[in-house]
Ligand binder design. Sequence first.
Ligand code: NAD
Length: 442
Amino acid sequence: MEYKKLINIIENKEAKVVVVGLGYVGLPMAAIVASRGYFTTGIDINHDIVNKVNNKKSPINEPGLEEIVYKGVEAGRLRATVEASEIRNSNVVLIIVQTPVDENKEPCLEALMSATKAVAENISEGTLVVVESTIPPGTMRNKILPVLASSGLKVGTDFFLANSPERAIPTRTLEEIQINSRVVGGIDERSAELAGVFYENITSGEVYKDAVEIVEVVKLIENTFRDVNIALANDVALLCEALGIDAIKAINLANKHPRVNFHMPGAGVGGHCIPKDPYFLIKEAEKHGVNLSVIKASRERNSNMPYHVLEKLKNALKKQGKDIKESTVAVLGIAYKGNVDDVRETPAEPIIKTLMKSGVDVFSHDPYVSQDFGGKFSNEIKTVVKNADALVIVTDHDEYKKLDFGDLRLLMKDKAIILDGRRILNPEDIKRLGFIYYGIGC
Ligand SMILES: NC(=O)c1ccc[n+]([C@@H]2O[C@H](COP(=O)([O-])OP(=O)(O)OC[C@H]3O[C@@H](n4cnc5c(N)ncnc54)[C@H](O)[C@@H]3O)[C@@H](O)[C@H]2O)c1
């Protein structure tokens, strides 16, 4: 099928779309593509995910996702399978698999390359392949293209190749996929054009086209921007703690400046984006003899924040004459971010594991997650805080903002401490309830 015909069927919604990888990004994307009228097949190696989708259920907690999956499957426009051979019948293939870093912080592209291999083994002439996964610089031309070309098809005439990194934020994934602007990188002009037409049918935001080499870096510098700015806010938090003033008050006032826009400090940065994407840049730069010292220092500051929380907790308990090793600590929040069920790189993990290692009696709660990292997990907040010496808020779940802390105070031990790792509470209100209050940045 030639290029013009492919443009036509994309515009007319006659193109069949395959999404490889039905995770936190892939499934919402597949469901939205189906809602636009495309026949959409999601492929995942995880049978459980495939079964859930085909049974009109969402395997993850994302607002609105179950409803749109239900509608798509019910209408016969969305289905899931573990069979990569489904790629043969498609005109557009989106690859949205995980791209983590390994223990040495080197990019781990195993899932991406195995998904690409599956595409190469099944690709038909006239297919547009788009990589939505976040990737290190150079991946499209040096790694993805050779594997796809091993199919015997020629890029630019027989198949087309682009990347378009996903920018949506968990808890608003569906909305953001449909309204955010998109960057599209084509391996050549036709590929950029085709991918541009596809995404114009998905989002009401602008679609910006450029070379793949540029677009690969765009996604990485976006997340690095956020990591560095969070690190700056965390530096300010540590400074203000030392000065005995409230960092949030200082930051809020600084943000009144027309050209200042601070991020917020916190107990740590998690998820499958910000903690690992800067390493794609750091490691690539090292290959070229460039030391990204600011980005490295920011990563270090942010990944140390959970240990800062632990130090603060230890000192707070000590001040009350309590040894942390003989204390009971309640951890509220396991997920890396409010109102999600994702635990990847969550600060709760080092916090709970380090406390456990020191012999602390740790209880934990999360409304969306049941992974305990070794602590005693309960769905009942009252069970978790009962007889605790300290309560540490790790995740800003909405549920925690609405808690009756007066009630919880009565269940806890004498000289009860609250350490607010997300600054979701009003310090004065909490102190009035009889707590000893600590927060990140004060
Ligand atoms: N999670 C986010 O908030 C977010 C936001 C923007 C961009 N991203 C990027 O999007 C990509 C996907 O992230 P995610 O959070 O959705 O990952 P995820 O781990 O939630 O989902 C990946 C899915 O791909 C499946 N998979 C792995 N190998 C496969 C293969 N060979 N064939 C078929 N399926 C396969 C896995 O089983 C899994 O279900 C990553 O590159 C990430 O950096 C993530």
